[in-house]
Write a protein that binds this ligand. Structure first.
Ligand code: AQP
Length: 338
């Protein structure tokens, strides 16, 4: 529990570690757009997170523009929300160091995403990859954000942010200094799976371009990827229970439902008993209808990097005003000389 009484604020970030895909759109950006009319929102391209694994510098810059342009193309409005790059607001790194001294090693040892990412090669992983969730806590709490729209894969990291906020409030005898941020995860599209493997999440770093529908894909590419998506030979069931043990079928039904605003049950009421020869073209059409226009706008914006850079720099200034103030308060609480 926190006694936090401040304003409700929203923070979320996306790594410039590859092309923006349907999972990022349904799990995160679509919620960004919904929230911007009701809250103070901070949407961040988390380039400092991206370098926890090797990034080619020129590509990193290009991908940072790509993510920012994707926010804009999907409908995030820079007049309503601050859109910025994480490295453009120094306060994130400053607070992360202080949080490194608040978080406990045992907490980080439990983070499953680190274990999944490094596999058996832990010795060669960067220290940054290990402390990634601490920087994420700083990203959120440097704005005293109360709500964090994310996909389901981020649930454990959000719990760590809450633990860090609670421990800081306790250790420095400052009840209510930080809010305990709430993840906004629920809803269709919280976990979109790979088109090549229904048990693996759709991910930017997937080596197969056919595993993801990217926001930049044109309509023909979308249709080709959906046509090639892995499925099983059976027809779609008429009831949701029939999707049990059919990960690829469940994923495609979930994507159709998330984009059309229908429940899985309604999608199956429409397509149950039909084979993928019927369902896949309908899905391709649905994805093209919803993602196609975003791709068109994305290509237009990417042709104008100066405009996108301007949005990022302006957003970083707006965000810095809030973040610097919080870091000054934190330094005071910790006992640093002002
Ligand atoms: N498959 C997904 N389904 C639903 N939501 C997803 N998100 C990512 N993948 C899916 C959500 O998108 C936001 C940004 O994610 P990120 O880029 O910061 O990191 P990530 O979760 O690690 O995404 P990727 O695509 O898997 O990147 P790589 O491969 O670089 O690690 C988050 O809100 C996330 O939940």
């Amino acid at each position: 529990m926190s006694d936090y009484k401040g304003p409700e604020r929203v923070l979320s970030g996306i790594q410039p570690s590859g092309g923006m895909h349907l999972g990022n759109y349904l799990g995160a950006i679509r919620k960004f757009v919904e929230l911007q009319d009701r809250h103070d929102c901070f949407y961040c391209v988390v380039d400092m997170h991206a370098i926890t694994v090797w990034q080619d510098p020129a590509k990193l810059r290009e991908q940072t523009f790509h993510i920012a342009a994707s926010f804009l193309a999907a409908g995030v409005d820079p007049k309503k929300a601050a859109i910025f790059h994480q490295s453009g607001v120094r306060a994130h790194a400053e607070l992360a160091w202080i949080f490194n001294c608040v978080a406990r090693l045992g907490w980080l040892d439990r983070m499953t995403q680190f274990k999944d990412k490094v596999g058996k090669d832990k010795e060669r992983a960067s220290v940054g990859l290990y402390t990634y969730p601490v920087l994420q806590a700083a990203d959120i709490l440097v704005y005293k954000a109360t709500h964090v729209p994310v996909g389901e894969d981020q649930k454990q990291h959000l719990e760590l942010s809450r633990d860090i906020a609670g421990k800081f409030n306790h250790d420095f005898d400052a009840p209510g200094f930080f809010p305990l941020p709430e993840p906004l995860i629920k809803g269709p599209g919280a976990r979109v799976m790979s088109l090549r493997d229904g048990t693996a999440k759709m991910s930017k770093s997937d080596p197969s371009a056919n595993a993801c529908v990217y926001l930049s894909d044109d309509r023909d590419t979308i249709a080709r990827k959906i046509k090639k998506a892995k499925t099983d030979p059976d027809a779609l069931p008429s009831e949701v229970a029939g999707l049990e043990g059919r990960a690829e079928a469940a994923n495609l039904v979930g994507i159709y439902g998330a984009l059309s605003g229908k429940s899985d049950a309604d999608v199956l009421a429409e397509f149950g008993g039909q084979g993928f020869g019927v369902f896949k073209p309908a899905l391709a059409e649905m994805v093209a209808e919803k993602i196609g226009p975003i791709g068109d706008e994305l290509r237009r914006l990417e042709a104008d990097p100066d405009y996108v850079r301007g949005i990022l720099c302006e957003g970083a200034q707006t965000a810095s005003v809030v973040a610097d103030k919080v870091v000054d308060e934190v330094k005071q609480a910790v006992g640093f000389v002002a």
